[in-house]
Each structure stands twice: as C-alpha cells, then as structure tokens.
Design a protein around this ligand. Structure first.
Ligand code: BG6
Length: 518
C-alpha cells in the first residue's frame, strides 16, 4: 500500500535552500530572546539567502509601539551586538543591504496576549498577507514567559489562526521551560493539543541547534568503528557536564523558582544523554529519530524518591571569584530568597535499563558560577588487562576516554596509552584531538538559525515531541518529589570552584572520577 500522501507544502520556492514564504509572528517581540537570539539568527539567515522574498515578521507585544519604532529598536540593538563581535556575525559591521531587506519586512502589532482582540487583529494581518501574496503560511513563535504558552495557543486556535489548508501551513514554536514538573508538562501538552495537531507544534530545546550536538549522531552512525564498542561490554561509564561560569545574573525570580535540575536536566542534559544512548534510527526522518530518543529516555531506571535523593547531589554557590571577578552568595543575588534552598548545581547518576546499557552508569552534572564554561561528554572505556605491564610496576592501566567537547573548543578527543620514547618501556597517556576549527570554517551562528529554518521548512527532527518532553520529566520527577520532602541535604560550593565535594563522592562511590574542570 502506498504511504499516505501529505499535503504538499504550500508555495514551495524553486530553490530548495530557501524556506517557503511565511509570516513569522513573534509573541514577546520586545523581550530579551527576540533581540538577543531570534533577530540575529534571522539576520544570519538573510545573509545566507535562506529566506523567501515574501518572508515577513510581525512582532507582537504589550508595549505601545509602531512598525518604525520597533525597527529602530531592533536596529539599535543589532548594531551593538555586531560591534560587540561575539563571533555570531560574519563581519563587525551590519550588512546594510541584508538588514534593510529584513527591516522592510518587519511589522509591529501592539496587543495584550490575553485579549481576543489582539488575535482578531493578527488574523486580519495574516489573511491580508495571504490575499496580497497568495501565501498564508505562518509560524507563531512564543518567545514569552511560560505562563502564556497555553493561553496564546488557545487564543490562536479560537481565532482560527491554526487552521491548515492544502495551501498553507500553520506552526507554533514553544520555548522552554515546557512545564515545571511532569503534571504541568502533561497539562500543557493537553491544552495545546486540543487546538493544534502534534505536527504543528515545534518545542524548542536550543541544545539541538548546536552543531556539535547534531554531530554526535553523525559520528556514531556515519563511522564504522564506534558502534561495535558502543555498549556495556566496552564502556565503563558516561559522564555529561554542562558547567557555566555565569551566575543567575538578572534571572533571580525565574531561577529561584526553578533551580538547576528543572532548568537543565530534563531538557538539555537528556538531549545529550539521548544522543549517546539512542539506538540507530531506521532513517533520519523526524519521527524515527525522536522515537529512538524517547525510547532511550524511557529506559532510564525509575527511582523511588528515596533512591533518587541517594543518587543525586544538590548544591548552591557561595561567594567566590569567577574568572577573576567577585561573585555574591547565591542567596544575596537580586530577587533570590535569603533562605533559598534552590540548587544552582545538580549531579545525578542514571542507569539505563536496556540491553545495550545495562550496568553502565550515566552521570550528569550541571552548575552555575563554576570555574569554567564547558559542556562535554566523557565516555570512559573499560580498562585493558594490565598483566603484560606488571613487570614494569604498573598495577592498573588508565582507561581510554573519548570526550565530545560540545562547547567551547568544539571537537572530540581520545585518550590512550603510548610508549614514552626511550630504552625502558614507560607508558604515558596521550591525546588525539579533532578540533572543528582546524577543519571547518565556522559559519556565523547563534544556534537558532537551524531551528528557525527547520521550523519554516517543516523539519521537526530537532524539536521535542510531546512524549520526549514527558519522558524527560518522568525521570526527574522522583528527585523533585524526594527533594520537596525537604530532608535531602543542600551542599554548598564556592563560586569559581569545580563544584561541591559531594559530587566527587557520588562518582568515587563507584570507583570513578569526574573529568577535571580546571
Ligand atoms: C538555558 C537555561 O536553557 O540554557 C540557562 O535556562 C542556561 O540557565 C542556558 O544558562 C545554557 O545554554 P548554553 O547554550 O549557554 O549552554
């Protein structure tokens, strides 16, 4: 039987590199995400000729403004970003032609997200566009506080803005955090899926926009030598680190109610874990990839709250010095409670109970105000038998270690033993290093370019399906429950350190050590 035929994406441009003409509606147009990441990413897409002539942006926000005022605000901000030279832009000056092209396609709609009138006016603009250009594709990007996610999608549905036809698609991009626990994530999925179909929802995890994260799949599945050793017979343990030097900065209100576990683990850390642990998908089709990732997360052992607490460490930073600058006690940061028990660091051990990984611990750690900024995945292989080297006084050989460096200094390194030149046999650990920068000219990127482009072209591979999100929350819920019982110790670490000693003890218990941060 033939596969069901999906409606052809409307108004496909002749050049497949160019995304179909669409209206990108950004809710939260005046917010930080829009100016810091979305507009710069769209500007990079313009430079890359990835957008159609009929592309346009409608920014929606509560603040009174008009088209020109909004454009001026974006221009001022972009000039500052480009001059700041953060590596995301090809040149230290704004490309006037590209920027003018973009600005002539930017419009502003002032409106309250909870007022149906905003959506009626929005529909008028989207319909008007469809009449003018013959194309009614629209993507609604929710760059807003999480409490607005559900209500905005409902209003879009009620206004008829989510109705797709053979001639046009309608998609919604939902930012993180998607829920604050399992129950709220499920409730949000239900609320959204009442008015939109799963294929219309693009749940963002910006880690999936990172080249090096996508590359894990390529390294694993495009090379013959990884898969034979990628299992419990050869791998001792896996450790995943996302260390940040930033503290909570101006995000105290959000962060104090959230903490490191919710902020990083069910989303970013599990994306990394899934990339390492998933089975090869049958194809790179979005659903094939997402199903394998969901299976890997679902195979994580379900702890009881007591077990979860025993297999985790929570900690908070105290005053210290990070990269030469003094940092306050977390409890003294703006908008943080002086008696806060919120963790700014979490380490946890997971077991994946499937055929490939049974018995191989996966440790994750993430924290703020640490000594260095580093995201990496270490794969420690089982040690070779040392019997041959006993005669030269070696009682145990160092294990081989493969490290995926996600950021910064993107690359992969392999640690193994070699003979130190000389008449005696002496072993030394050496490193073989692949650095992206040595082979590839980095494209200017904020990490959001791929995600926005994929959404415009309808490729959902790098977005989270409802079950991916719920699987992540299912695994951390016992720890949330265990901690809320309030008898789990909160450890402390100095800002600018490697984290709490208890996190070292978590691995030492199993005979392992974290890769050093400094
Ligand atoms: C965000 C978290 O999702 O990811 C932040 O809310 C965190 O707290 C950030 O700093 C880390 O992202 P990146 O790309 O800097 O590793």
């Amino acid at each position: 039987m033939d596969a069901p035929v999906k409606p052809a994406p409307a108004c496909l441009p002749a050049n497949s590199k160019t995304a179909p003409p669409s209206t990108l509606v950004i809710f939260g147009a005046g917010g930080d995400l829009t100016k810091r990441l979305l507009i710069p990413a769209i500007y990079n897409l313009v430079n890359d000729k990835a957008l159609d002539d009929h592309f346009q942006i409608i920014g929606v926000d509560l603040v009174a403004n008009d088209d020109q005022g909004f454009r001026d605000h974006l221009t001022e901000n972009m000039k500052a970003l480009v001059a700041g030279g953060h590596g995301e832009f090809a040149s230290p000056e704004l490309d006037q032609q590209a920027w003018s092209w973009l600005m002539s396609r930017v419009f502003y709609l002032p409106g309250d997200f909870s007022n149906p009138d905003t959506f009626t006016r929005l529909k008028y603009l989207v319909d008007e566009r469809e009449q003018e250009t013959g194309c009614g594709n629209a993507v609604f990007y929710l760059a807003v506080a999480p409490r607005f996610f559900g209500p905005i999608v409902e209003q879009l549905g009620q206004a008829g803005l989510l109705a797709e036809t053979e001639a046009h698609f309608r998609r919604v991009v939902v930012e993180k955090p998607f829920g604050t626990d399992l129950a709220s994530a499920k409730a949000l999925n239900q609320q959204i899926l009442k008015v939109a179909d799963e294929h219309q929802i693009f749940r963002i995890d910006h880690y999936l926009g990172k080249e090096t994260v996508q590359n894990i799949m390529v390294l694993r599945f495009a090379n013959g030598f990884f898969e034979p050793v990628w299992n419990r017979d050869h791998i001792d343990h896996v450790q995943i680190t996302a260390a940040e030097t930033v503290g909570v900065e101006q995000r105290g209100k959000f962060y104090d109610a959230t903490g490191a576990l919710r902020d990083m683990v069910p989303n970013h850390m599990f994306q990394l874990l899934a990339m390492i642990a998933m089975e090869p998908p049958n194809s790179f089709d979005a659903d094939a990839v997402r199903s394998e990732k969901a299976k890997a997360i679902e195979a994580i052992r379900n702890y009881t709250p007591e077990e979860a607490v025993k297999n985790a460490v929570r900690a908070q930073y105290r005053a210290g010095t990070v990269l030469g600058k003094p940092v306050n006690n977390y409890r003294d940061e703006p908008n943080v409670s002086p008696t806060s028990m919120t963790e700014t660091y979490v380490a946890m051990k997971f077991m994946i109970d499937n055929w490939r990984w049974a018995g191989v611990p996966f440790y994750v750690r993430t924290g703020k105000a640490l000594a260095v900024r580093r995201t990496e995945i270490g794969i420690q292989f089982k040690r070779a038998p040392h019997v041959l080297f006993r005669s030269i006084g070696i009682s145990e050989l160092a294990p081989n270690m493969m490290v995926f460096r996600i950021q910064p200094n993107e690359g992969v390194s392999l640690r193994f033993a070699a003979k130190k030149p000389g008449r005696e046999v002496e072993l030394r650990d050496v490193r073989m290093d692949f650095r992206y920068a040595d082979y590839f000219q980095a494209e200017p990127s904020t990490g959001y370019e791929t995600l926005i482009y994929d959404c415009l072209t309808g490729d959902a591979t790098l977005f989270q399906r409802a079950d991916n999100i719920e699987a992540g929350w299912t695994e951390v819920q016992p720890l949330l429950d265990g901690w809320s019982a309030n008898d789990a110790p909160l450890e402390f670490y100095d800002a600018g350190s490697d984290g709490p000693a208890a996190a070292d003890a978590l691995l030492a218990r199993d005979g392992f050590k974290w890769l050093p941060l400094t």
